[in-house]
Design a protein around this ligand. Structure first.
Ligand SMILES: Cc1ncc(C[n+]2csc(CCOP(=O)(O)OP(=O)(O)O)c2C)c(N)n1
Ligand SMILES: [Mg+2]
Length: 556
C-alpha cells in the first residue's frame, strides 16, 4: 500500500493498523495515543471510548475470544499503561491475541512526569513489550507484532514515544504486506498410529467413560466427534467452564467439570473409570484439584499434552493430535459397543434433578439465587449472548444447561473480579445485533460501575443481571467458616437500579420474581441497556463453598 506525501508518523501508524483489518478499537486517550487514535477513527475504525484503561483491555479480551481473532486496545503512556496490569495476566493465561497501542514518554525531554519504565511492568504479566524507536521501521514492527500476537496467542504491547509519532514521515513509500497475508496456515495434526493403538486399548478396557471437552475441542470443531465417541463407548459427556454448552442438547451431558459440577454429575464422576480429556489443559479447577474422578484413569487428547498441569499430575495417558482428528480416529479404531453405562434413568436424572438440592432458610423479601437463575434460564431467549463474571454467585449462573457453547463467554483465568462489565462490552461490540446478558455479583459490578456511562453513550445492547447479596459473598462465607467477624465484606444492598438511572440506564430491583415476565417483555422489545438487580440471600451457600469452607454448626 502506497503512503502519501506530507504525513506524520502517527498517520502512517494508523494506516498500518487499518491495513491489519483493525475495525474496532477500545480506547482511553491521552497525549501519547490521541493523535494516532483520531486518525484511526477518521479512517473508519469504530472507536469504543471507555472510562478506565483496564476496561479497554478487558473489553478487547472478550472481543478477541468472541471473534477468534486479534483485538486492539489503546492507552496513553505512564498512568495509562499502569492501569493495564490486572487485565494483562488474565489475557496471557487465556491465550488471547491482543495488540495494545501504548504511548511512551517523549524521548526528547530530560524529564517527563508520566515517564516510567513500561517494559518490565508489561513483561512481568507475561505479555510481550516492544519499544518502537525508529520511525521508518515502525510499520514493519507493527506487522510483526500482529504476527506475534496471532502465533503466540498472547498480548503484545507496542510502546511508541509520542514525540516520534509527531514527526514528519520520512520512511519508505509503501507499507509492508499485512500479517494475515503472511501467516502460515498449518493443517491439523493427525494422531500417530502407535499412540492411537494404546489409546484404543485403554478405551476397550474401560466400562464407565466420560468424554470431557475443553476449549481446544471447541476450536477444533470436535464437538460432534466427542458426542460420537461417548455414544460408541456408552459413556457420558462434560465440558470445562469455558467450553460449557458444547453438548447442551445431549441427554448424557453431566454439565461443567470442576467446582461447578451439579449433584448428579458428581456422583457419576465418582464411578467413572476413564476420563478422555479432549482439547483441555486439565487446569486445577477443571479436575476439582484431582478429587473429581478418584477411580478413573485420564487420557488426554491434545496438540500439546502435559503430565503436570498447574502443579498436579493430571494425565498418564496421552494422544497427541488435533482434537477432532484424534477423537475421530479413536472412535473409528474401537470395536462396536459392547458395554453401556448409559441408562434411561440416568438421562432422566440428569434432565430432572436440581443442580443443588440443599435447603436453606431465606428471610422474607430476599430471593434464593438458584430460583433466580432457574427462572432466567427458562425465560431468557436462547439466542441472547451470555457473559459470566466471577465471585461466589458464579456457581449459580454456571447452571444454565440449555444453551449452546457459542452463546457463552467465560474468562476466569486470573481470578479477578470486576471484569464482567468490560467482557459484556466486548461481546456487545463483537455481536452488535444481539442482546448481551451479563451475570455479575454486586461487588464485582461496583468495581467498574463507571462503564455504565460507556454502555449508555455507545448504546450497547446489554442487560446486566446482578446477583446482589449485599456482600463480597466469597469472603463472607470464608469468614463465617473461620469463625471470624465478617466486617469488611458485608456492605448492604446498594441500589443498582438508582445507580443505573443516574447513568441514564434503565434499572429494576427484584425482591420477588413476580415482575419478571413483564420486565422481560420490556427488555426484549428494546435495544437500550438495562440493569436487573436481584436481592438474594447471603445464607445460600454454593456446593463449592460448602466443600472448601464448611460452616460452623450455628451460623451468626
Ligand atoms: C480484583 C480482585 N480483588 C479481590 C478479589 C477477591 N474476591 C474474590 S470474590 C470477591 C467478592 C465478589 O463479590 P461479588 O461480586 O458481590 O460476588 P459474590 O461473591 O458476593 O457472589 C472478592 C472481593 C478478587 N478475586 N479480585
Ligand atoms: Mg455479592
Amino acid at each position: 500500500m502506497k503512503i502519501e506525501a506530507n504525513l506524520r508518523v502517527y498517520d502512517v501508524l494508523a494506516q498500518a493498523f487499518m491495513q491489519e483489518n483493525v475495525r474496532t478499537c477500545f480506547a482511553l486517550l491521552g497525549d501519547a495515543n490521541m493523535n494516532w487514535a483520531a486518525r484511526l477513527a477518521q479512517q473508519g475504525c469504530r472507536m469504543i471510548y471507555v472510562r478506565h484503561e483496564h476496561c479497554a483491555l478487558a473489553s478487547a479480551m472478550a472481543y478477541a475470544r468472541k471473534n477468534r481473532d486479534v483485538a486492539v486496545a489503546t492507552v496513553t503512556c505512564g498512568p495509562g499503561v499502569t492501569q493495564l496490569i490486572t487485565a494483562l495476566p488474565a489475557a496471557v493465561r487465556a491465550h488471547l491475541p491482543l495488540i495494545v497501542f501504548a504511548g511512551e514518554a517523549p524521548l526528547k525531554s530530560g524529564w517527563y512526569n508520566q515517564e516510567i519504565d513500561q517494559a518490565p511492568l508489561i513483561t512481568a504479566t507475561g505479555a510481550a513489550y516492544h519499544r518502537l524507536h525508529l520511525p521508518e521501521r515502525m510499520p514493519v514492527a507493527i506487522r510483526d507484532a500482529f504476527l506475534q500476537a496471532r502465533r503466540e496467542r498472547r498480548p503484545v504491547v507496542i510502546g511508541i514515544p509520542f514525540d516520534l509519532q509527531a514527526r514528519p514521515w520520512e520512511g519508505p513509500a509503501n507499507l509492508p504486506k499485512p500479517s494475515h497475508e503472511l501467516l502460515p496456515r498449518p493443517s491439523p495434526i493427525p494422531p500417530h498410529p502407535d499412540d492411537l493403538a494404546k489409546a484404543a486399548q485403554l478405551l476397550a478396557a474401560a466400562e464407565r467413560v466420560v468424554v470431557f471437552a475443553g476449549l481446544g475441542a471447541v476450536e477444533a470443531g470436535a464437538g460432534p466427534a466427542c458426542r460420537a465417541l461417548a455414544a460408541k463407548t456408552g459413556g457420558l459427556l462434560m465440558t470445562t467452564l469455558p467450553a460449557r454448552g458444547l453438548f447442551h442438547d445431549d441427554p448424557f451431558c453431566i454439565g461443567i467439570a470442576g467446582s461447578y459440577t451439579p449433584e448428579a454429575g458428581l456422583e457419576y464422576l465418582k464411578e467413572a473409570d476413564l476420563v478422555v480429556a479432549v482439547g483441555s489443559s486439565l487446569a486445577y479447577h477443571a479436575g476439582g484439584g484431582g478429587q473429581l474422578w478418584p477411580k478413573a484413569k485420564t487420557l488426554q487428547i491434545d496438540v500439546d499434552p502435559v503430565a503436570i498441569s498447574q502443579g498436579q499430575e493430571v494425565a498418564k495417558h496421552h494422544l497427541r493430535a488435533d482434537a477432532r482428528l484424534g477423537v475421530e480416529a479413536l472412535t473409528a479404531a474401537l470395536p462396536a459397543r459392547t458395554k453401556n453405562w448409559r441408562t434411561e434413568a440416568m438421562a432422566a436424572r440428569i434432565r430432572d434433578s436440581k443442580p443443588d438440592s440443599m435447603k436453606f432458610d431465606i428471610a422474607p423479601g430476599l430471593l434464593d439465587p438458584r430460583d433466580v437463575i432457574e427462572a432466567l434460564e427458562k425465560s431468557l431467549p436462547r439466542d441472547w449472548e451470555m457473559v459470566n463474571s466471577g465471585g461466589h454467585c458464579s456457581w449459580w449462573y454456571a447452571q444454565m444447561p440449555s444453551r449452546p457453547q457459542e452463546k457463552f463467554l467465560t474468562l476466569r483465568e486470573f481470578g479477578a473480579i470486576g471484569n464482567g462489565i468490560s467482557f459484556a462490552m466486548g461481546v456487545a461490540a463483537a455481536r452488535p445485533d444481539q442482546k448481551v446478558v451479563l451475570f455479575d455479583g454486586d461487588g464485582s459490578l461496583m468495581m467498574h460501575v463507571q462503564e455504565l456511562e460507556t454502555i449508555k453513550r455507545h448504546n450497547l445492547n446489554i442487560l446486566i443481571v446482578v446477583i446482589n447479596d449485599g456482600a463480597y459473598g466469597s469472603e463472607v462465607h470464608k469468614f463465617r467458616s473461620e469463625g471470624l467477624p465478617d466486617d469488611g465484606s458485608v456492605f448492604g444492598y446498594c441500589d443498582f437500579a438508582a445507580i443505573a438511572r443516574g447513568f441514564g440506564v434503565g434499572g429494576k430491583t427484584f425482591k420477588t420474581l413476580d415482575a419478571l415476565p413483564k420486565a422481560l417483555s420490556e427488555v426484549a422489545s428494546s435495544s437500550a441497556p438495562a440493569i436487573w438487580d436481584f436481592h438474594v440471600s447471603d445464607k445460600v451457600l454454593s456446593p463449592s463453598i460448602r466443600r472448601a469452607h464448611p460452616q460452623p454448626a450455628k451460623q451468626k
